[in-house]
Design a protein around this ligand. Structure first.
Ligand code: LMR
Length: 328
């Protein structure tokens, strides 16, 4: 009898272990290329924490910042292959999948981040989240970083100052055209390579937001930053149709809500982060911040603005008009 009891307890233990093994939470990987102390970095961590709190018995979110898992040349393919489940690339990096998102790269399109936000929340902006659907990707929402500044080895006051200089850009033809418009040489390079390219002087400059310039220490190797606010760097939080649609409905609803809250958190801190990082760069004394006069700024606008016409057909005139209207 005692033997039988022991056998039953052993069986029960095995069954329990099997049930436990089945119940192990599924890993969700969130990969991105920036530092943790940025709006995107903070958003991803918030998402991880909310998931742990609300549905941690079923899912655990692992966040891989700083291109640790995939750099920006590879993260979309990795998403489609199921090697990662969430990414939030810059809107400038989707041109292989849709030309419509190029609207966000048009120079001097948005007067400030409030205008960007209005456009993103408009019908046209919301429809753009669907523009990658046919490629197996789902845009779950926009996340702000901020407006871009121009950094360089030499001071940039007027467009002629950029003549012949090499600038790193994200993988966007609009950004290439924007630098060609000022007779500069654009080079499409992954974010993870920018610091070294600048440090070794293989390139002369780059464009980015205050939080990226600060967190990746670009300001330590770029003596001048022109506060040009000439374009926007925002993100689309993206998953794959295959991952998202095969998940149980009730779990998807919990993740969707957690993500929306995490994005709202990232958006709420983006502007303040931007201003604080600008201040830290200023106080470091490593980089001089150049403020453009109205006349100087107008010169950049006049030279870069014709780029819009080159991409009007690919993007769609209606989308450009909707973006322009968001400035009012
Ligand atoms: C860049 O490549 O400069 C940015 O898109 C990086 C990022 O994700 O903010």
């Amino acid at each position: 009898m005692k033997k039988l009891k022991t056998m039953f307890s052993a069986l029960a233990l095995c069954a329990g272990m099997t049930a436990f093994a089945h119940a192990a939470p599924e890993t969700i990987k969130f990969s991105h290329v920036v530092a943790e102390n940025t709006p995107k970095g903070q958003m991803a961590l918030k998402f991880r924490d909310l998931v742990a709190e609300r549905i941690g018995d079923k899912y655990v979110v692992e966040v891989y910042p700083n291109s640790q898992l995939f750099g920006d040349g590879k993260e979309m393919e990795a998403l489609l292959l199921g090697d990662v489940h969430f990414i939030a690339p810059s809107l400038s990096k989707f041109s292989k999948y849709t030309k419509k998102l190029q609207v966000y790269d048009l120079p001097f399109l948005f007067k400030d981040m409030e205008a960007v936000d209005r456009f993103q929340q408009s019908e046209a902006g919301q429809q753009l989240l669907e523009s990658v659907k046919s490629k197996g990707l789902i845009g779950l929402g926009y996340l702000h970083n901020g407006l871009k500044q121009l950094s360089a080895n030499d001071p940039l006051h007027v467009p002629g100052d950029a003549d012949g200089k090499k600038f790193r850009i994200m993988s966007s033809d609009v950004l290439a055209a924007q630098f060609e418009a000022v007779d500069a040489v654009p080079l499409k390079k992954p974010f993870s390579e920018v610091f070294t390219l600048l440090q070794t002087r293989a390139i002369d400059g780059q464009e980015n937001t205050w939080s990226n310039i600060y967190s990746k220490k670009f300001f330590e190797v770029q003596p001048y930053i022109t506060e040009s606010n000439h374009g926007v760097l925002d993100y689309m939080v993206t998953t794959s149709t295959e991952f998202w649609m095969t998940m149980p409905d009730e779990d998807r609803a919990v993740l969707k809500k957690a993500l929306a809250e995490a994005v709202a958190h990232g958006n709420a801190i983006a502007n303040e982060k931007s201003m604080k990082d600008r201040q830290k760069i200023l106080e470091s004394g490593r980089s001089k911040i150049i403020t453009l006069s109205d006349d100087e700024r107008q010169q950049w606008v006049e030279v870069m603005r014709p780029v819009w016409g080159e991409f009007q057909d690919e993007i769609g005139e209606d989308i450009i008009q909707a973006a322009v209207a968001s400035n009012q």
